[in-house]
Design a protein around this ligand. Structure first.
Ligand code: FAD
Length: 390
């Protein structure tokens, strides 16, 4: 089988890149190691920057997002038991929107399938070859080994995928920071309480409350990296959320049936080499952010906007200038965003051995973002997202 662009991974990065290339008339095949059901059920991010919403609209996959997305004009910070409303919307009306990543993925898959374009599920890619001049991808499906030849490979296969490992020089250009805690996340059939939305800094650790839709809540607790997901009953989870998220006015999170639980260790990672020959990587394949900034999905969208245009010029205009500049331009959004996500992590979590002095410094940071004009502007700019290169 031959295609113009082989895309590895049917996460937000791979699926949106397929959609962008489709709009330029460029043929793609997406290879995904998981089943269709698994990909559709995977619960992850949910806070979309205005740029992400606009990009999904631009490529015609935002009908349901426009119906179900929940606007996020402010973010709430809680420390010392007092909740503060921190403005998020800017003077141009840019804001954040809550809409689950699983919905974004489902919308992209359904549009792709309706257009008759191929996604091969349960196709595990094992190697990439010929990336200097005549690329090919080896994968196995139904126990059979197959080869897909192509003109370009887009590695959108996440942090543990095969693409970055196949990119010469990537390892030497990679930087990793691991945080000493994890996030225990639950998805609940519970109408989000608008009075308990946001991030909480407490001596018991961080808690986060957010909306996935008008009827679904996503909540997180800071836990040890080795946390056992079965160690807390549902009632204990809600009680702990109440301890960390209740405020001076007695507002509490709305309870409801928990339909999903997961634990994610917090790390930050950047691979500065994002392209070699006819292979480029995008999204989590190239970088990981701690979830406190809610940036992982948004960064992936920024990467593939740029990569889609670079591949278009490479294939259709025979112009490689943008492709040659891909890593540099992408990193102009990636490093400041990774830095911001680390700052958010440092301001809200309780660190091992944390002293009262450290806690008071955290409160100073939060006060600056919440109440100081310059601090709040900085916070809004970072949360709303940086402009795109193209
Ligand atoms: P992915 O979504 O990881 O997609 C990569 C795809 O490649 C996967 O479908 C995978 O199965 C496939 N793949 C991997 N290897 C192969 C192979 N060898 N062959 C074929 N296919 C392969 N971000 C936020 O902004 N806010 C959050 O609250 C948040 N919560 C998160 C919670 C969890 C548990 C995790 C893991 C991530 C979270 N993130 C969050 C990060 C965000 O979800 C990611 O940044 C986003 O999914 C990146 O999209 P992607 O397409 O680059 O990678």
């Amino acid at each position: 089988m031959h295609t113009q662009v082989a895309i590895i991974g049917a996460g937000p990065a791979g699926l949106l890149l397929g959609r962008i290339l489709q709009s330029h008339g460029i043929g793609t095949v997406i290879l995904e190691r998981r089943s269709r059901d698994y990909v559709l059920a995977r619960v992850r991010a949910g806070m979309l920057e205005q740029g992400t919403v606009d990009t999904l609209r631009e490529y015609g996959v935002a009908e349901r997002l426009d119906e179900m997305g929940v606007a996020h004009p402010t973010m709430q910070f809680l420390w010392n038991g007092v909740r503060r409303d921190v403005p998020l919307e800017d003077e141009d009306g840019r804001r954040l929107t809550n809409y689950g990543q699983s919905y974004v993925v489902e919308d992209l898959i359904k549009h792709r399938e309706a257009d008759g374009l191929p996604i091969v599920f349960e196709a595990e890619v094992s190697s990439l070859d010929g990336i200097e001049d005549s690329p090919s991808v080896t994968y196995s499906v139904d126990g059979e080994t197959k080869t897909l030849t192509c003109d370009f490979i887009a590695g959108c296969d996440g942090y543990l995928g095969v693409s970055r490992r196949s990119l010469p020089g990537a390892e030497a250009a990679s930087y990793l920071k691991e945080f000493p805690f994890a996030w225990f996340g639950i998805l609940a059939e519970a109408t989000p309480n608008p009075h308990t939305r946001g991030f909480s800094n407490t001596p018991r650790g961080l808690a986060v409350s957010s909306a996935r839709s008008a009827t679904r809540s996503r909540l997180y607790l800071q836990v040890d990296p080795e946390f056992d997901i079965t160690s807390m009953s549902d009632d204990e989870i809600w009680d702990e959320l109440d301890r960390r998220l209740s405020d001076q006015d007695g507002n509490k999170v709305t309870r409801g049936p928990i339909i999903e639980k997961s634990v994610a260790r917090l790390r930050a990672f950047v691979c500065e080499k994002m392209r070699h020959g006819k292979l480029a990587i995008a999204g989590d394949a190239a970088h990981i952010v701690p979830p406190s900034g809610a940036k992982g999905l948004n960064l992936a969208v920024g990467d593939v906007r740029l990569l889609g245009e670079a591949i278009r010029r490479h294939l259709l205009d025979k112009d490689d200038a943008l492709l040659d500049d891909y890593s540099r331009l992408a990193l102009e959004r990636i490093w400041p965003t990774v830095h911001w996500s680390c700052l958010m992590s440092e301001a809200f979590h309780t660190f091992p051995g944390q002293t009262e002095f450290d806690t008071r410094r955290q409160h100073q940071t939060l006060d600056f973002w919440a109440h100081d004009e310059i601090g709040n502007r900085w916070f809004r700019e970072a949360m709303l997202g940086l402009p795109y290169a193209v």
